[in-house]
Design a binder for this molecule. Structure first.
Ligand SMILES: Nc1nc2c(c(=O)[nH]1)N[C@H]1C(S)=C(S)[C@@H](COP(=O)(O)O)O[C@H]1N2
Ligand SMILES: [Mo]
Length: 354
């Protein structure tokens, strides 16, 4: 279970450097329906590119009838929609795997929910006229670097069917303001329900291609591998997960929790990108009881849950676990994979009640 004392040591300077660049959402921020932008998690593989909304262009090309170049103003003039979306990094929970992949060492905080404004991608695909024979759309970011000895632009692809879904958008605003540089200014793709890697930031190109895309971030990274010589299945949609706001007060620096005895309402959020959240249960020392569910913040966003607990003096282990509408439930043990992907194991919190 997610017990920090059991996490393998030592952590490396490479991981420390990543953890500072790509910080998570403090779990007390689960209290907000919409995560304040500065508290939303971040994941940036390379450097934030230097872009300006006034001269940035989105190039739409490849297997299309009408190749085009669109400014952000052109996209702002198209039909707009604003929807709350919960994003989670596919590597969330990675640092709780043993051994762990040497990359961004997420514990549980690679999450956030924002209200995103943009235009449905389907309108742009319609305007460009995606030609018959197109298998996928490839989305290219303006950022560039080296990963796994391969130099590349950050790129991901979606099938035409996925790309045409009404919730898939080209977004230029987050929480009612232009995108911040770290979140993809001036334009990003947003693929609600998918782990974050699909929502390409600093979007510069969309290309219609006739063969499945084989770029690094598609064919090598984001795979469920058990060993290096298998390609593994692709990582796609967000698995069911619930998290709890750690109750009481923390110790600095190890964050062990201390709580006064008596009634306390435990609170958190739950979300799922493959179906919907059906049930959340709270475990007190291994005894599971149903939590009360609040309404979802949106069709693609988390919902709150709460549970009234009469805290008794002593040491306790708190846990929460969600079940989705297809009956998938969070696992009590890590399901290890080489890249540390999609670890939705049950969160546990050790607490001392006085
Ligand atoms: N161009 C580009 N897009 C990107 C990334 C990136 O490094 N470059 N990181 C991806 C990953 S792995 C995640 S989890 C999300 C994070 O989005 P956020 O930083 O806005 O939370 O962006 C995705 N889009
Ligand atoms: Mo990610």
């Amino acid at each position: 279970m997610a017990d920090m004392a059991e996490v393998g040591q030592p952590f490396s300077l490479v991981e420390l450097q990543q953890a500072f660049r790509n910080r998570g959402m403090p779990l007390e921020a689960l209290r907000y329906d919409l995560t304040p932008t500065g508290l939303h998690y971040l994941l940036i593989h390379f450097d934030i590119p230097d872009l300006d909304e006034r001269d940035h262009r989105l190039v739409v090309g490849g297997n299309v009838a009408r190749p085009m170049e669109l400014s952000v103003a052109d996209l702002r003039a198209m039909p707009a929609q604003t929807i709350p979306v919960t994003l989670e990094c596919a590597g969330n929970g990675r640092a709780l795997m043993e051994p762990r992949a040497m990359t961004q060492p997420w514990l549980l905080e690679a999450i956030g929910t924002a209200e995103w404004t943009g235009t449905p991608l389907s309108g742009v695909l319609e305007a460009a006229g995606v030609a018959p024979g197109t298998a996928e759309l490839v989305f290219t970011g303006a950022d560039h670097g080296v990963q796994g000895d391969v130099e590349h632009d950050y790129q991901r692809a979606l099938t035409v069917e996925e790309a045409r879904r009404p919730e898939v958008m080209l977004v230029y605003e987050m929480n009612g303001r232009p995108l911040e540089p770290q979140h993809g200014y001036p334009l990003r793709l947003l693929a609600p329900g998918w782990y974050g890697m699909t929502s390409v930031k600093w979007l510069a190109r969309i290309d219609a291609v006739t063969d499945p895309f084989e770029g690094y971030q598609q064919a090598v990274a984001y795979r469920f591998q058990n060993h290096e010589d298998e390609q593994g299945d692709p990582v796609s949609r967000i698995r069911i997960r619930a998290l709890m706001i750690p109750p009481g007060v923390p110790d600095f620096p190890d964050r062990a929790r201390l709580l006064d005895a008596g009634p306390v309402t435990l609170r958190g959020r739950a979300w799922c990108g493959t179906s919907s959240v059906d049930r959340v249960e709270v475990g007190i020392d291994g005894d599971w009881q149903p939590a009360e569910l609040g309404p979802p913040v949106g069709a693609w966003a988390w919902r709150s849950w709460s549970y009234d607990w009469a805290a008794t003096v002593g040491s306790h282990q708190l846990a929460c676990r969600a079940t989705d509408a297809d009956g998938n439930v969070q696992p009590p043990e890590v399901k290890w994979n080489l890249q540390g992907m999609a670890n939705n194991l049950i969160q546990t919190i050790d607490i001392t009640v006085r």
